[in-house]
Design a protein around this ligand. Structure first.
Ligand code: CU
Length: 149
């Protein structure tokens, strides 16, 4: 039932995608979440082919998606929400545990290994024009740094 939900949502997201944003996505994955846990995170590498600004993301699998940044301040791991992330042309920007990540909150289902979370990333180009890109994000059991939203 939950797998059906993800599959149907993925098709809908792909069909709505007319002009993909000029950005290459590498190694997307989302952290496995057990029933009862309220949040997960999605990671990937974004390489824009022209200067872009990441302005947000959505997924039917979560009620809230935020772009977060983590960093070490001395011995203390800190995290904050980012409105936007600049993506310079040709430069890979990594979303990975301990750095940038998509924070997925208000989850609609457990994130089980082997399922796929469809995400739609939102961008703005240098002319201010909006772009979107659909990304299929596999759920895996890798264990990135844990943190609470
Ligand atoms: Cu976060």
């Amino acid at each position: 039932m939950k797998k059906m939900f993800f599959a149907a949502a993925l098709v809908a997201a792909s069909a709505a995608q007319a002009q993909p944003a000029p950005v290459d996505i590498g190694s997307p994955w989302a952290r496995v979440v057990l029933q009862g846990q309220a949040s997960s995170a999605a990671y990937m590498t974004l390489t824009a082919r022209e200067p872009l600004t990441l302005t947000g993301a959505t997924t039917p699998a979560a009620g809230i998606v935020e772009v977060h940044e983590m960093w070490m301040d001395g011995d203390v791991m800190k995290m904050r929400a980012r409105e936007t992330v600049a993506l310079p042309a040709g430069q890979a920007v990594s979303f990975r545990p301990g750095g940038y990540h998509f924070m997925l909150m208000d989850l609609k289902a457990a994130f089980r290994p082997g399922t796929v979370v469809p995400m739609t990333l939102q961008f703005r180009d240098a002319q201010g024009k909006a772009h979107e890109l659909s990304v299929s994000v596999p759920v895996t059991a890798a264990a990135p740094m844990m943190h609470k939203p």
